[in-house]
Write a protein that binds this ligand. Structure first.
Ligand code: CTP
Ligand code: CA
Length: 224
């Protein structure tokens, strides 16, 4: 691992990977985010690179560094991520590992919000962010041949993820249980269920780079 290989089963393929959380500003110094570290998306980008792919890695503010040997585009918000993804197309395959904020603050303040001294509390209003995965999965001409989504769930993982695959129109969903007890969000291991048109495959719990290598191998097989 390290430098990009020029050989490998994904040689000549361009793959897009989104990763990390997004930050949605409340005011210039505050934001709403989530607990995604970006570790799984980073490992997937590295594994695809190691199979010879040209990788464009679109990442929110992650706590792990991006891999070497890939094109890194850093973004802050979901709307920025959506714009960069659109500009990166066409690609052969797209993997949406980012934990995109579902909502942004609609009434974000242009200046730092101040206490007014009377105990009046600020009221945040929200707007729904664009669904980046669904937008790409449901595009007609120019759709990547393989669109892979993730599903972060805290209960009935397989059922929720199967419904999510149908709703979004993607080819595969990599589902994981992000309940606090599992230690998966922010941890070094992942336990995933791969949902395809053929049903659900339960993978054993393993290190995130190992999940990434297995997924990259499956992507290479699907594009072969
Ligand atoms: N996703 C996206 N854009 C969004 C929200 C989610 O591209 N605005 C992608 C994620 O990167 C992931 C997949 O959609 O690949 C599923 O994300 P998840 O949060 O599990 O699903 P949601 O559709 O947002 O549903 P919910 O959070 O309500 O379970
Ligand atoms: Ca969500």
């Amino acid at each position: 691992v390290g430098a990009a290989l020029t050989e490998g089963p994904l040689k000549g393929r361009h793959v897009l990977v989104t990763s990390g959380p997004t930050h949605e500003p409340i005011d210039p110094v505050r934001y709403i985010a989530n607990r995604s570290s970006g570790a799984q998306g980073t490992a997937i980008a590295a594994a695809l690179r190691d199979l010879g792919a040209r990788v464009t890695f679109v990442t929110g503010p992650a706590s792990v560094p991006p891999p070497g040997g890939v094109t890194v585009v850093r973004v802050e918000t979901a709307q920025e991520m959506a714009g960069v993804v659109k500009a990166t197309l066409p690609v052969d395959a797209a993997v949406f590992a980012a934990a995109v904020a579902d909502w942004r603050v609609a009434n974000a303040a242009g200046q730092k919000m101040k206490k007014d001294g009377t105990g009046t509390l600020p009221m945040l209003e929200f707007a729904e962010n664009p669904d980046i995965l669904a937008g790409v999965a449901q595009m007609g001409a120019g759709r990547p041949r393989l669109v892979v989504g993730f599903a972060a769930e805290t209960e009935t993982v397989e059922a929720h993820a199967t419904a999510k695959r149908a709703r979004k129109g993607c080819d595969w969903i990599v589902a994981n249980d992000v309940s606090p007890g599992t230690g998966i969000m922010g941890g070094s291991e992942n336990a995933v269920v791969l949902i395809t048109a053929d049903g659900a495959e339960v993978w054993p719990r393993m290190a995130k780079p190992e999940v990434a290598r297995r997924l990259a191998a499956r992507i290479a097989a699907a594009l072969a």
